[in-house]
Design a protein around this ligand. Structure first.
Ligand SMILES: Cc1cc2nc3c(=O)[nH]c(=O)nc-3n(C[C@H](O)[C@H](O)[C@H](O)COP(=O)(O)O)c2cc1C
Length: 225
């Protein structure tokens, strides 16, 4: 009998590198240098995104790379309008905190990546999606997380922008009606990555202790809030 290991056993530096990228990863807004991303690095992070798991191997993502300053400016204007819409929903104290928080680095990062979801790809028989339609969306989010971690390992920053109306972004980058934009990602070289999320630094919200979100055997309503 051959003794073939079922799994690749990573060496210690692989493991440290993976955890390091996970814990150094930060949503980035203000730290972009504006420098371009070397073509081979961009190719690597897109390849990492495209290696993500997907329901039924549907690979329902597309990546639209946007560098045109006019398009980015137009998107930023729209985001600022939506920021005002959100601001109107806040009480005075929240609005004061929110005023200090930057929510995008669209012009500072030289590249925007619009990630979209195509529910028709591989359909109708998407293996594993018959009962949970959202499984397609989960797949796109995994591709985004792969890209985010790979970008972090490459020394790039990524900022996810969601202050937009889907129809606006769809029109802006020419997505067909059947595709949903899931994210605008600001991507580029950074001076550094903050160690604390901006939202924590500005007192908007803190990361919860792990013990509040881990449940044993059954969901404990005292914990999950
Ligand atoms: C789905 C999603 C949408 C987000 N939208 C925005 C956004 O519009 N603007 C922004 O500044 N950050 C956005 N973020 C980043 C979060 O604010 C950030 O992940 C959170 O504050 C934790 O910080 P960290 O990513 O640096 O750990 C988004 C993150 C996710 C996952």
């Amino acid at each position: 009998m051959t003794n073939t290991p079922a799994t690749h056993v990573p060496d210690a530096t692989d493991v440290v590198g993976l955890y390091d990228a996970m814990f150094r990863r930060r949503d980035t807004r203000a730290e972009f240098t504006g420098e371009p991303i070397p073509a081979e690095v961009l190719d690597r992070i897109l390849t990492a995104a495209h290696a993500a798991p997907s329901v039924g191997l549907s690979q329902p993502w597309d990546f639209i790379l946007v560098t045109d300053p006019a398009v980015r400016r137009s998107f930023r204007e729209h985001v600022h309008q939506e920021r005002a819409v959100f601001n109107d929903q806040l009480d005075a104290r929240q609005a004061e905190t929110f005023a200090r928080i930057k929510v995008e680095g669209i012009m500072e990062a030289g590249l925007g990546i619009v990630v979209s979801y195509d529910a028709d790809r591989g359909s109708p028989a998407v293996l594993g999606r018959h009962a949970i339609a959202d499984a397609g969306l989960y797949s796109v989010c995994l591709a985004i997380q792969n890209l985010w971690l790979a970008a972090t390992a490459e020394g790039l920053g990524v900022g996810w922008v969601s202050f937009y109306r889907e129809e606006f972004l769809r029109d802006l980058v020419g997505l067909p009606e059947t595709l949903r934009p899931i994210a605008w990602l600001c991507v580029g070289p950074v001076r550094d990555l903050p160690t604390v999320p901006d939202l924590e630094r500005h007192g908007w919200r803190n990361r919860l202790p792990l013990s509040e979100v881990v449940h044993h055997e059954r969901y404990d309503p005292i914990r999950g809030r």
